[in-house]
Write a protein that binds this ligand. Sequence first.
Ligand code: F6P
Length: 376
Amino acid sequence: MKATRLGKGRSRSRKSIKSIAIMTGGGDCPGLNAVIRAVAKTAINKYGLEVWGIEDGFLGLIEDRMHVLCYNEVSNILTVGGTILGSSNTANPSAYKIRVGKKVKTMDVSDKCIKVLKDHNIDALICIGGDGTMTSTARFAKKGVTVMGVPKTIDNDIYGTDITFGFNTAVNTATEAIDKVHTTASSHHRVMIVEVMGRYAGWIALHSGVASGSDVIILPEIPYRIEKICEFVLGRSKRGKRFSIIVVAEGAKQKGGKMFIAKKLAYSPDPIRLGGFANVLAEQINQRTGLDCRAIVLGHIQRGGTPTPFDRALATGFGYTAIELLMKGVRGHLVVMKDGRLSSIALSRVAGRIKTVPKNHHLIKAALAVGTSFGV
Ligand code: F6P
C-alpha cells in the first residue's frame, strides 16, 4: 500500500479506511471502556466503518482472537471500569515469550500479527495503552501498518501528552484513602504511610499528596534522606502535631539507594513489579524515631471502579479524535492533550520514553510553600 506524504503525520493511502480494530493493552485503567465506546460509536455513526474488538491486547492479536463489535456491545459502558475487550501486559509482539520445554524462548511475531489484520481486512489499528503498548504500536507503524495510539495509564507517565485518562480517577481514589487515614493517625498519634502506584513517576503521589495536605511526599524523582524525614516528623511531634501523614510513590528510593522491587515476572515485557516499599519506610522511621508507624499499600484499588466525570470526558475526546485523525489521513500518531487542546504526535517520538515529574513542577513549589517536606 503506497502512501503519499501530505504534511505532519499525514499520508493519503490509496486504500481508504473501511474497517478498524481496537485493542486495549497493558494494565487496566478507568476510562478504557469510555474510549472504546467513543471510537466505535464515532466510527459507526459518522463514517459507517466496521469495528473489530481484539481480545486481551496484543495477546489476542497474536492468537487471532477478535470479533466484530456490534453497537449494543459498546452501549452502556461509559461509566464501567476495566475493559470489555480484556487486556494483557505480558505479550510484546516483537519479543513474545513462549515456553519450550523448560526454557523460555523469545520470538518476533509481529509479521504474524500483521497477517492476522490482513486476513480480517482490517485497514487500521487503534491501540489504547501505556508506554509499553505505544512502543509496540510504533514498531507496527514502522512496518507500514496504519495505527493510532490513545494514551492510557493511571501513572500519567506517557511522553508527549499533558495528561492520560485514568490518572484523575486514581488521584481521586488515592486522595480519598489518604483523607480517611487521617482519623487513625490523629487518634493514635501515629505516622501513617500511604503508598500509591505510578511506577517510575511520582504524578499520583504528588497530586494526591498535595490534594490531601499530606505532611511528607516522597517521589521517585526526588530521592529522599531518611534522616530528613525523621527530623521532620519528630519536629511535628515536638510542636504538638502528634501525627504525620506520608505519601510515598511505589518507585521511591533513598538517595544513593535502589528502588524496592516486589517481584520480577519472566513473561512480562517489563518484568519489574514494584509495591510494598511503604513497609520498609515504616520500619526505617520507627527504628530511628520510636514513633508508632503503619503502612498502607493502596495497590490496584487505584485502577478500579468507575471513571471520574473528568476521565469519562477526556476518554471520549481521545476516542473521537483518534477516528477523526485517521479519517483525515494521519498515521502512526498518538492522540495527546497539549495545553488544553486535543492533537497528536508521532509515535516514533513517544516510543521508549516516559514523562516524569520535573523538579521545578508548580505543585512541588506550592507544597514546599505550605510546609510539606519532600524528605530532602
Ligand atoms: O502502569 C500501571 C500500574 O498500575 C503501575 O502503577 C504499577 O506499577 C503496575 O501497573 C502494576 O502492574 P501489575 O498489574 O502487572 O501488577
